[in-house]
Design a protein around this ligand. Structure first.
Ligand code: APR
Ligand code: ZN
Ligand code: ZN
Length: 366
């Protein structure tokens, strides 16, 4: 029999909904059967973490958030054969089981068991209290323990720090454009909300050869950032958006709108800005009390499509190598998404910048 050696690691802990994240020592068990321990190299701060921390999305404290991370395998449990200590990996917050109804239909991003790890404690506090791993991967900590299927190999040549962004913003944003919306060359694309996800959408639209690529935000300081990521136009959000977009698209409206804010009002603005028969793809995650309304006649009159996507409707095992090819060929600039490199203690500041609409991605570098 092997001796169980637990490891103490530093983590940013959410002790109660609405409280600021606090640094704490957590006790991480050795990986059990089918599990892998990973030492984080970097973790991005995503708006979903803020939504979980402030109660817009439901979470069970005490919890370690963070779902966009990459690092190095430090230990593997019994039966793990796809990775070895030393391997560079990206964390996957929606690992597909491969055998449920929706996995069987070829839609692994909707896997019925993707959230299985969310509700089970994975570590303990000094007083023995169990700690939950947020969206399963608990990347706001020096090390984590996850199921083998929650890991994806980092393709050679992609640095671990920027690889972290593949785990949420980039898979989600690229997938929204290429898998969900299926944007084609020369189509017009409207992107609402220019955080890490929206900026990744802009780069993906540029890769698709789309144009014009119209970027929208409430924050004027996003213009420069947007143009650097592929926007050909920048528009400040106001109640005239659909008129402005029509002017920029030869009087038609956009072929595609990609919503990356997560509010009812922006979903509606996106939909209203598309052309007759246009397509709106919702990436943002809003609250359950935030409604979107349409009248029954306009649904028919405009014959538009409205759909949401999860994790960019990606199959990460297939899509991450494609993203890596774009990175290595210089078409996808992961570094450009990172505007702030921070420490584990600085997540509250990153949340503040995010709420104020400042900067691109904040990346915790360990
Ligand atoms: N219209 C346009 N842009 C807006 C509006 C609005 N009414 N309100 C906020 N924004 C902008 C913000 O200024 C910010 O630039 O939306 C952007 C959101 O960016 P982040 O907060 O950095 O969020 P991000 O991590 O990119 O996530 C976007 O996707 O995964 C989901 O939960 C996530 O709903 C969130 C969305
Ligand atoms: Zn995310
Ligand atoms: Zn499944």
């Amino acid at each position: 029999s092997t001796t169980v050696r637990n490891t103490m690691v530093r983590a940013a802990l959410l002790t109660a909904v609405g409280a600021p994240l606090e640094l704490a020592e957590i006790e991480l068990p050795e990986p059990g059967p089918g599990q892998v321990r990973v030492k984080l190299a970097a973790a991005g701060v995503c708006h979903s973490d803020l939504s979980l921390a402030n109660g817009v999305l439901r979470v069970q404290p005490p919890v370690v958030l963070g779902h966009e991370g990459a690092g190095t395998v430090t230990a593997v449990g019994e039966g793990v054969d796809s990775v070895r200590p030393g391997d560079p990996v990206v964390l996957n917050w929606a690992p597909a089981c491969g055998s449920c109804h929706l996995c069987g239909l070829g839609e692994p991003w909707l896997c019925e068991r993707a959230g299985e790890a969310y509700g089970q404690t994975y570590a303990t506090l000094a007083d023995g209290t169990g700690v939950y791993p947020g969206l399963g991967v608990a990347a706001f900590a020096e090390e984590t323990v996850v199921a083998e299927r929650a890991l994806l190999p980092v393709p050679a040549g992609v640095p671990l720090t920027s690889a972290a962004l593949l785990g949420c913003a980039v898979l989600t944003g690229y997938g929204a454009v290429h898998n969900a919306a299926r944007v084609r060359a020369c189509e017009s694309v409207l992107v609402l909300g220019l955080g890490g996800v929206g900026l990744a959408v802009l780069q993906a639209a540029r890769i698709a050869g789309a144009g014009p690529i119209i970027a929208v935000d409430v924050s004027p300081e996003k213009e420069e950032l947007a143009r650097r990521h592929g926007a050909t136009e920048f528009v400040l959000a106001d109640d005239q958006l659909s008129r402005t977009v029509r002017k920029l698209t030869g009087g038609h409206g956009a072929d595609h709108a990609i919503e990356c804010v997560g509010r009812g009002s922006t979903v509606r603005a996106a939909w209203s800005s598309t052309r007759r028969g246009g397509k709106t793809t919702v990436v943002g995650i809003g609250g359950k009390d935030d409604l979107v309304s349409f009248n029954a006649l306009e649904l028919f009159a405009f014959a538009r499509t409205l759909s949401a996507c999860v994790y960019g409707n990606s199959d990460p095992a297939k899509d991450i190598p494609v993203l890596a090819e774009h990175v290595l060929a210089g078409r996808l600039d992961l570094e450009a998404l990172i505007t702030d490199r921070i420490g584990l203690a600085d997540i509250p500041d990153a949340f503040e910048r995010m709420a104020a609409g400042r900067g691109g991605r904040s990346l915790i570098v360990f």
